[in-house]
Each structure stands twice: as structure tokens, then as C-alpha cells.
Design a binder for this molecule. Structure first.
Ligand code: NAP
Ligand code: ZN
Ligand code: ZN
Length: 352
């Protein structure tokens, strides 16, 4: 880390342009402001959203792009107005680093749905118009209001993925009341999916995994699933017709929604957290028959993220990770795209 007039230059891995492989570079970090903390990043998870964005699959990407919104590290400096954190604290940063803080959603702790748009941890412009750079980096400066505490019971490496995969699944599971007596299906056993299984199980729900094949069945059951089915087997859709109160889809590609909606009970809900690059089609009779809900959900608010971390610590839930050096990021991307991830790649930031 080198400093000039308060702005520091830090090492990072960036995609120089859309679809280009990520390479080592440096990026600026702003001076530590009054309410900012400087975080020495220890670990950064690789989310499928990083891949969508680094390859410009969602459009309007800002390059060079330093992805990474599953950040775990240690506070090394605090601004004079910081009240909640001290040097040495173990902290996390997720998908957003700011919001308007005034709109009805920000007031309600739903900063992710800020009416002015939240400021993404990367691939965004901050409120001064400067590009944000994410967690594939050695340090980051973040306002304390968008920093959360990692409880002592959670190791930083397995905690990092909770900052996106954890909160993105916890939030809809909590909102749709996953718990005892509820049958919950999780579609896709990847980074988000495996956390959905752990969290739904810890909430007391009966959990079914719907995966493309049975090749990860043993893992799924160990993670806390009660049942495991292959969606490549057409009989699965017959067998499980009208079974679930809640389906959480974590699938990164378009799904045949009508088929999955057939698996819901009357008044059941299917919530999509997966964010495919292409639109999907829907026959509205799939929701009319049975008064079903088709919904989406985006990450979670800051207070809810803290609640999720505390819940995970209390239940001993971290992510299942494969720790990699930064020079293996591009290879990890290919494996995620091939659904060959068990179940989250995490970058050791000391190798950046
Ligand atoms: P991931 O680790 O790649 O997991 C996705 C899983 O979906 C795969 O492991 C695979 O599971 C299944 N899958 C992949 N392609 C499929 C296909 N063509 N048909 C059926 N199933 C398929 O990705 P992730 O990091 O969990 O992210 C999942 C999605 O959520 C991404 O689109 C990501 O951008 C999005 N996301 C959204 C939010 C939000 O706030 N809503 C937050 C984070 C991520 P099986 O091998 O078990 O079938
Ligand atoms: Zn993510
Ligand atoms: Zn707002």
C-alpha cells in the first residue's frame, strides 16, 4: 500500500475490459474520511455475480473492474467520527458501500432497495462520481454505516461468503418465514444454494435440494437437506407436484418457471435470487392456479446482514470453501461456470 496526499494505491485483480481475463493491477483508495474505516482485506469470496459483471453479462459494466463483494478483514484505521469500530475489529463488507440514507427504504433498513439506487461495492459510481473497486484487493475504505461485525465464533475465510451468499439467501428465507412445518426447496447447489440449505435447515424447515443431477447428493444431505432430487429427471416434477411452501431459486441461468411453479402448494411462493443474463418467459396460469407468488429478492439490508452473521455464528454456519491464491481467479471462474464449485471459491488476499 503506497500513500500520496491521503489517497492510497493498493494491489488488486481487475478485468481490464469486458470478458478479458482478470490480471494483477493497482487501484486508488480514498483517504479515510471522518466516518470511514480502513480494512485490511484477508479474504474475498467469488460470487457468480462477479462473473456476470466482469463479462458484462448484465450490461453497462464499468472497466477496469475489480470485482468482489464478499469481503472479510480487519480494521486498521478509523476516522475521527467512527463510533462502532476500533482498530483490530474483525469486519465484513457485502454488496453495497453506500445509499441515500434518507428514502423510505433506507429508513426501513432496506438500503439494498434505496430509491436512488444503492452504491455497489464495485462496478458502480460512488456519491462523488468516483468508480468503486471491490474486494479482490488488499485494502478497502468503507463508511462504518456499511461495515458489519464478524462474530468471534466465525473464522474470517468461511465468513467472507456470508456477506453475499449468506445474506441473499437468509433474507428471503426469513421474509417468507422458513421454519418448522415449512417445506422449502432450494434450486441449484452452488455458492448461494449451499448457504440456503444450511440456513433453512437451521431455521427448522424441511429442506429439499433440486439440483441438475444427483452428483452432489451426499454433500447436500450433509449440509442439512432432508431430500435431494435431480431436475434432469422428469419424474421429479411429477413426484413433487404441489409440495412446497417456498422455493428459492439460486440458478444463474433462465429456468422453465412454469414447471417449477407446479411444485408449489396453493399460496406458495417461488423466490428468485438467481440473476440470469437473459429474460425468462412465464405462462400466467402457472400463478393463477393456486394463488401462487412469483417473487425476487436482492441481498439484504445492513442491519439484516448483521442479524444473519449473528445467526450463522450462533448455529456454527460458515460457507464450505475452496481457498485459492489470486492467480487462480480465472480458473475458478471457469469452474463456477461449469457448476464445478464446492461450494465457494475464496481468495486469500495475502496473495494479491
Ligand atoms: P453458482 O455458485 O454458480 O451456483 C448456481 C447453481 O445453479 C449451480 O451450482 C448449479 O447448481 C445451478 N445451475 C447453473 N446453471 C444451471 C442451469 N443452466 N440450469 C439449472 N441449474 C443451473 O452461483 P452463485 O454465486 O450461487 O449465484 C447464483 C445466482 O445468483 C447468480 O445468477 C448470481 O448473480 C445471483 N445472485 C443474486 C443475488 C441477489 O441479490 N439476488 C446475490 C448474489 C448472487 P446444480 O449443479 O446443483 O444444478
Ligand atoms: Zn454476490
Ligand atoms: Zn435511499
Amino acid at each position: 500500500m503506497t500513500a500520496t496526499t491521503g489517497t492510497t494505491t493498493v494491489s488488486a485483480y481487475a478485468a481490464p475490459s469486458a470478458k478479458a481475463p482478470l490480471e494483477r493491477t493497482t487501484v486508488p483508495r480514498r483517504p479515510v474520511g471522518a466516518s470511514d474505516v480502513l480494512i485490511d482485506i484477508k479474504y474475498a469470496g467469488i460470487c457468480h455475480s462477479d462473473i456476470h459483471q466482469a463479462r458484462d453479462g448484465w450490461g453497462e459494466g464499468i472497466f477496469p473492474m475489480v470485482p468482489g463483494h464478499e469481503i472479510a478483514g480487519v480494521v486498521t484505521e478509523v476516522g475521527p467520527a467512527v463510533t462502532r469500530f476500533a482498530v483490530g475489529d474483525r469486519v465484513g463488507v457485502g454488496c453495497m458501500v453506500d445509499s441515500c440514507r434518507e428514502c423510505v427504504n433506507c429508513e426501513a433498513g432496506l438500503e439494498q432497495y434505496c430509491l436512488e439506487g444503492n452504491v455497489g461495492t464495485y462496478n458502480a459510481l460512488d456519491r462523488n462520481g468516483e468508480p468503486t473497486y471491490g474486494g479482490y484487493s488488499t485494502h478497502i475504505v468503507v463508511d462504518e454505516a456499511f461495515t458489519v461485525r464478524i462474530p468471534d465464533g466465525l473464522a474470517l475465510d468461511v465468513a467472507a461468503p456470508l456477506l453475499c451468499a449468506g445474506i441473499t439467501t437468509y433474507s428471503p428465507l426469513a421474509h417468507w418465514n422458513a421454519g418448522p412445518g415449512k417445506k422449502v426447496a432450494v434450486v441449484g447447489l452452488g455458492g448461494l444454494g449451499h448457504m440456503a440449505v444450511k440456513i433453512a435447515h437451521a431455521m427448522g424447515a424441511e429442506v429439499t435440494v433440486l439440483s441438475q443431477s444427483l452428483r452432489k447428493k451426499d454433500d447436500g444431505l450433509k449440509l442439512g437437506a432432508d431430500h435431494y432430487y435431480a431436475t434432469s429427471d422428469e419424474s421429479t416434477f411429477e413426484q413433487l407436484r404441489a409440495s412446497f411452501d417456498l422455493i428459492v431459486s439460486t440458478v444463474s441461468a433462465p429456468l422453465p418457471l412454469d414447471k417449477y411453479l407446479g411444485l408449489l402448494r396453493t399460496d406458495g411462493a417461488m423466490v428468485n435470487v438467481g440473476a440470469p443474463e437473459e429474460p425468462v418467459s412465464l405462462n400466467l396460469f402457472s400463478v393463477i392456479a393456486g394463488r401462487k407468488t412469483l417473487a425476487g429478492s436482492g441481498i439484504g439490508g445492513i442491519q439484516e446482514t448483521q442479524e444473519m452473521l449473528d445467526f450463522c455464528a450462533e448455529h456454527g454456519l460458515g460457507a464450505e470453501i475452496e481457498l485459492i491464491d489470486a492467480d487462480r481467479i480465472n480458473e475458478a471462474y471457469e469452474r463456477v461456470l461449469a457448476s464445478d464449485v464446492r461450494y465457494r471459491f475464496v481468495i486469500d488476499a495475502s496473495t494479491i
